[in-house]
Design a protein around this ligand. Structure first.
Ligand code: 26W
Length: 829
């Protein structure tokens, strides 16, 4: 049952079958009849009816891949930022039109029902969303894979903006149940903590026996992930924690009800919430417990599956590839060694070969301070056997370092798994690197910089391990579902096959200058902008004109991402318009959305600044119709799906050298937004693909940034030379936007003047000029439309199918859609 092309009739038999299935679920699974059902009941009934159809494919895909003895990929990630699954699964199953019609006949609209589903926000930002896109692409490419993570009771906090300030509230995403998941009460593993290690000699060999002090149970919950066209379905397996001894009855009977459940509370705390951190390590004991908990359960599970299918632990690397998403699952190196050596009696050297051949690691950040480290003392207390294993790995590793650079103490100190300088800490980045056969960066520039900076010495010691895999995004969610109108136009212009082969987007090139096509393309954008304008009105009561240029910056709030540069430009523009209200100004709406880590005070102050500027600008009649500023609260995947198709301009303005890749940049360009950006992360590759004339590049390059930082962070020189910047900073510092507290933003003004680590002041003039260039382009609507169409036409390479095909070939050595890894697959950039 595949989705009929637009205009094609719906199969009546299939339609009535779906209707009966939904009604049956409503009665038998929800326990209600149509008369008393809420919208939420209908949503659940429809989701369950869909799930039934997915399960058949799921079971047969799993059986087929095991029967064929295929190698499997296990993607270990503490974050999966999935968003909603309902229309995603419907679309991939080819059942969207049918369910739409069925629900319409039943008197409940699909578009209403889909809003009943809460976002699964089990991630902070790019890293978590990448994991979700990868899961979908692996399913699409027919790669048997499981994603392993934690089933957090609370996902990323809900953001409320109160009087301009961010406030955090718990994200109770499971409160109405979750129709997608299957609890597997029989799939339970014991995960141990603490205690001590005993060493005994058996037949001349040392044998370690860990006597843990504490045990937690990991229970599996599986969510099916449907690939495009529904041929293949994989599982996302998330672990929930509980105590093996949930209630101490003797304690309970003494009346100590809290104490009786204390162990359960302690165990459950592991999966209670997602650490709301971004680019800075959590550094808390609970975080390390989370990491070990999910790594141990996942490795036990995959080893058990492997043994059941293959019988041979020694053959693990031939049948299993484990990808570590950042350093968070680095403990997999030591846990796999423990399983092989301590539990399966494999000799150390053989175990090490298996481990390295099985594991690979993706790095997502160059910030040295964002690479996790843990105090040796904490390790000793929580994971004593793992610390021993780390020491032993380090002995051989440092011996190799000595061999390579004899007598070079600094080299040895830099590659060591233990940082001796900062009070002895275990370095998770080094551990993941040493234990992996491939280490990949997430954009060409980032991979190059990895070799030059954080992993310079390790790259020297283990040459050839570092490789690049530029990120990608799934077009099913970020084009087909988010932007159905554009998709319809693309089907018309490039043929149905564009849905299966994005390289067909190239066919748009010939229409890019065609005014009739441009009109259609503009109409689609306008339609999407009306929808966003409505949402902005509903959510924050700001009226915006869909005819204005929609200038969008949506991402985590972070100094290096430079929302501050954007709002500074808004202030300078505001001043310029006020000085000359009769000027030929391009009407603009500056749209921001994003969350700041709860503990990141400065980022939260930036949110307040944006909202304070919005308050002044939006209420000033002099600039009315020319400039509006809107901060949309509670940014999440579902909000992104509305904003992205409506964007004209995509702000990708990080300090050069600091954004590892970015993926929002890809989503926006694919939907026809023109990028204003620095030469950073994947922006560089986007420029290479869309053409330098179809993107606005500005600012310092990574090399310039390093040079300028060495000279000092004072920006007085550039401020003196830039009256617009100087006036904007003065306005912030003097309380022009905060009359109720004129000192509120002094710290920001001070940093802009004297501590310009992120080059906001240094890049301001170049950015301001690039923005005026954007204004000029917007004035010629045909030229704008052409550039926008060419962006869409040239983004095919950024499909996560391409990224995953590269991982499959160069890292995992698994076939893609039945094709051997080395066979040519799809167009490369
Ligand atoms: C330990 C706390 C913590 C949690 C997450 C530290 C750091 C992170 C991540 C590195 C944050 C993240 O999402 N990084 C982003 O990963 C994306 C996918 O590769 C890239 O596109 C972004 O550039 C990178 O910032």
């Amino acid at each position: 049952m595949n989705s009929p092309a637009p205009g094609q009739p719906i199969d009546e038999l299939a339609l009535s079958e779906i209707k009966s299935a939904i009604l049956a679920k409503l009665r038998l699974a929800i326990g209600k009849d149509a008369g008393m059902a809420t919208r939420h009941d209908w949503y659940k009934a429809a989701a369950l009816a869909l799930r039934d159809r997915i399960v058949h494919r799921w079971l047969s895909a799993e059986k087929q891949s095991y029967d064929a003895g295929r190698k499997r990929v296990y993607y270990l990630s503490l974050e999966f930022l999935i968003g909603r699954l309902f229309t995603d699964a419907l679309n991939n199953m080819g059942l969207l039109a049918l369910f739409d019609a069925a629900l319409g006949d039943l008197g409940v609209g699909l578009s209403d029902l889909r809003k009943c589903e809460p976002d699964a926000a089990l991630g902070n930002g790019g890293l978590g969303r990448l994991a979700a896109c990868f899961m979908e692409s692996m399913a699409t490419l027919g790669i048997p894979a499981i994603g392993y993570g934690i089933r957090y009771d609370f996902g990323l906090f809900r953001q409320i903006i109160n009087n301009g300030w961010q406030q955090e509230y718990p994200d109770e995403w499971l409160s109405f149940g979750n129709p997608w998941e299957f609890q597997r009460p029989e799939v339970v593993y014991h995960v141990h903590f603490g205690g001590g290690v005993e060493h005994v000699e058996t037949r001349g060999r040392d044998h370690a026996i860990w006597h843990p002090a504490e045990t937690v149970q990991a229970v599996a919950y599986d969510t099916p992930i449907v690939g495009w066209r529904g041929h293949n379905v994989n599982a996302l397996r998330l672990w929930s924690a509980r105590s093996p001894d949930p209630l101490k009855l003797d304690v309970f009977n003494t009346g100590d009800y809290v104490g009786a459940a204390a162990e359960e509370t302690r165990a459950e705390s592991i999966c209670k919430f997602l650490y709301p951190n971004d680019e800075s390590p959590a550094g808390r004991e609970l975080r390390l417990r989370q990491e070990y908990f999910f790594v141990s359960a996942s490795l036990q599970d995959l080893v058990k599956r492997h043994l059941a299918a293959d019988g041979q632990i020694r053959g693990l690397a031939a049948k299993v590839a484990v990808q570590l998403n950042d350093t968070h699952p680095s403990l997999a190196v030591t846990e796999l060694m423990r399983i092989l050596v301590d539990l399966h009696n494999i000799r150390w050297d053989d175990a090490w070969k298996i481990t390295v051949a099985t594991l690979s690691y993706t790095n997502h950040t160059l910030l040295p301070e964002a690479l996790e480290t843990w105090p040796v003392e904490l390790f000793q207390r929580l994971l004593p056997r793992h610390l021993e294993i780390i020491y032993r790995i380090n002995v051989a590793h440092l011996a190799l370092a000595e061999e390579r650079c004899p007598g070079d103490v600094d080299f040895r100190a830099s590659v060591s798994l233990i940082d001796e300088k900062s009070g002895r800490r275990v370095r998770m980045g080094q551990l993941a690197f040493v234990g992996s056969h491939r280490i990949n960066g997430v954009s060409a520039m980032h991979s190059d910089l990895m070799k030059e900076t954080v992993f310079h010495d390790l790259n020297h010691l283990y040459p050839g391990r570092i490789t690049n895999k530029t990120n990608g995004i799934t077009f099913r969610r970020w084009l087909m579902l988010a932007n159905p109108k554009l998709t319809e136009l693309l089907r018309e212009a490039c043929g149905e096959a564009v849905l299966d082969d994005p390289t067909r987007l190239q066919l748009l090139e010939k229409s890019a200058g065609d005014s009739a096509f441009q009109d259609k393309f503009r109409n689609v954008k306008h339609h999407n902008k009306i929808a966003l304008a409505r949402l902005i009105g509903e959510k924050i009561n700001i009226k915006v004109d869909p005819g204005a240029l929609f200038d969008v910056q949506i991402k985590r709030i972070h100094e290096y991402k430079r929302q501050l540069l954007n709002i500074l430009e808004a202030i300078a523009l505001y001043h310029a318009i006020k000085d000359n209200p009769q000027g030929n100004w391009v009407p603009r709406v500056k749209i921001f959305a994003g969350k700041a880590a709860a503990s990141y005070r400065y980022a939260k102050l930036i949110i307040k600044l944006i909202n304070d500027v919005a308050e002044v600008v939006n209420n000033d009649p002099v600039v009315a119709g020319r400039l509006k500023v809107a901060f949309l609260p509670d940014y999440n995947v579902s909000l992104a799906e509305v904003i992205i198709p409506a964007a004209d301009l995509s702000e990708q303005i990080s300090t050069a050298g600091m954004e590892a890749s970015g993926t929002g940049n890809m989503k926006l360009a694919l939907n026809g937004a023109i990028t204003i950006g620095t030469l950073d992360g994947a922006n560089i590759e986007i420029r290479d693909h869309v053409g330098v004339e179809n993107i606005a590049i500005f600012g310092m390059e990574a090399g310039d940034v390093m040079v300028r930082r060495k000279q000092g962070l004072d920006a007085s020189d550039v401020i003196r030379g830039s009256p617009g910047l100087s006036r904007a900073i003065n306005a912030i510092g003097s309380g022009e936007f905060s009359p109720d507290d004129t000192h509120r933003f002094e710290s920001i003004a001070h940093a802009l003047r004297h501590l310009d680590h992120y080059m906001v002041s240094a890049d301001f003039d170049s950015y301001f000029a690039a923005q005026r260039g954007i204004d000029a382009r917007w004035q010629t609507q045909a030229a704008w439309a052409r550039a926008s169409i060419l962006n869409v036409a040239r983004m095919a390479w950024f499909s996560s199918d391409r990224t995953i095909a590269e991982y499959a070939e160069d890292i995992w050595n698994v076939p893609v859609n039945g094709r051997a890894p080395s066979e040519p697959l799809r167009a490369k950039g």
